[in-house]
Design a protein. Structure first.
Length: 396
């Protein structure tokens, strides 16, 4: 029997669920259900993530739907089953949020058991494609790796803005790692002049003591910490995949969010970052070469079983005049596009000034979509699809 976590249940329902699950049930203490999966996981004392989250009628439906939507994005290897009035409106809302099954609160043991079996089977099927979240559960923080097969698609712009956005929601708890070991420019994009760089952070005392490592980080005025790129390509080449593995493991024990900006392609260092990632942001530009490259990279990572459970596809430089629609891109890469970043004239000045868009306070469609990306990780409400994205879908 698969592992089940039960929330929002009274004593009678707890008894029925334990009978249905042969006793393999973790019952969460009464209280408000958190909308952030990370806070939910903190309540699991043994650190083992469930196959099925079953939520009873004592949890407010809006809270359950918000949590289910986030789990569907961030931890698709966990299936959510909701016990509530199975009205047509509730069915529609539940399915939109990614809930796998809806049961009446009065469901008998056999009916609950059948629903748990279906939900566990769905979870297992998704984990056969996506690397199980359990493999990364030993880390405290989320390691978010931004990757793309090609250069010039805006990885550093996305990485720096994502890190700044997460810092706003988790002050002093976010670190950005520049893993473009030869030509990383995170320091420039953030207007930083680092005293120490990536090679310093993976060598000597910093590699042996986490407290020492924190003194090798560069702090941004926003409260973001950064491991800045090497001063020269030769110095960067001294950083190995094993160095990256140790560094990310250490940072994840100290920070809630570890954002990793990688070099184009699948270098040794990038593969190490993907191997330790809880989430990967796959970035592509809205053009045929970029889309084809992303499809190839996704295929390779699937074969290697290196796509984390949290997979987010972001399309940059979107332009309705380019001849491609969002649906064209989704068809080509074989999966959905989660966030669409429009081409924006505000990006070059932002980069040149070393002030990320999310820090500048500018009003721009790009800013709105970057906030949408941040909301996929931060403890903020999910945003509705933008008019820009809807227009692109309508044009396909």
């Amino acid at each position: 029997m698969s592992r089940v976590v039960l929330a929002g249940a009274d004593e009678d329902l707890i008894l029925r669920v334990k009978q249905a699950a042969d006793g393999d049930v973790t019952v969460l203490a009464p209280g408000r259900l958190p909308s952030d999966p990370a806070r939910l996981f903190e309540q699991l004392l043994d650190g083992e993530l469930p196959d099925v989250l079953l939520v009873g009628p004592h949890a407010p439906a809006p809270d359950v739907l918000t949590l289910a939507a986030r789990l569907d994005i961030q931890s698709p290897g966990i299936s959510v089953v909701l016990m509530a009035d199975p009205s047509p409106d509730m069915w529609q809302a539940a399915m939109r949020a990614g809930v796998r099954d809806l049961l009446p609160p009065t469901a008998e043991v056999a009916e609950i058991q059948a629903a748990l079996d279906r939900a566990a089977s769905t979870a297992a099927g998704r984990r056969r494609v996506l690397r199980p979240v359990e493999e990364t559960a030993r880390y405290t923080g989320r390691v978010i790796t931004i990757a793309s097969p090609k250069g010039g698609v805006g990885k550093t712009t996305v990485s720096t803005n994502l890190a700044i956005g997460l810092t706003a929601s988790a002050p002093q708890s976010t670190v950005l790692v520049d893993l473009d070991v030869q030509f990383g420019d995170v320091a420039s994009a953030l207007g930083l002049v680092p005293e120490y760089t990536l090679p310093d952070a993976v060598r000597g005392p910093a590699s042996e003591d986490t407290m020492v490592l924190k003194t090798f980080l560069t702090q941004h005025p926003s409260g973001l910490y950064a491991v800045c790129g090497a001063e020269s390509p030769a110095a960067g080449d001294t950083v190995s995949g094993e160095d990256v593995t140790r560094l990310l493991a250490s940072l994840a024990r100290e920070f809630r969010y570890v954002v990793v900006d990688t070099a184009p392609g699948l270098s040794e260092q990038t593969l190490a970052a993907l191997d330790r990632a809880t989430d990967v942001v796959m970035l592509t530009s809205m053009d045929v070469p970029g889309v084809r490259g992303l499809r190839k990279e996704l295929d390779v990572l699937r074969e290697l079983c290196m796509i984390p459970a949290g997979r987010h596809v972001v399309m940059n430089f979107a332009d309705a005049k380019g001849g491609l629609s969002v649906r064209d891109v989704e068809t080509a890469i074989g999966t959905g596009v989660d966030v669409v970043l429009p081409r924006s004239s505000a990006v070059p000045p932002s980069t040149n000034q070393g002030v990320p868009l999310l820090q500048s306070g500018r009003r721009d469609p790009m800013v709105k979509e970057l906030r949408r990306l941040v909301s996929r990780f931060a403890a903020t409400p999910l945003m509705r699809p933008s008019r820009y994205r809807a227009k692109h879908r309508a044009a396909s």
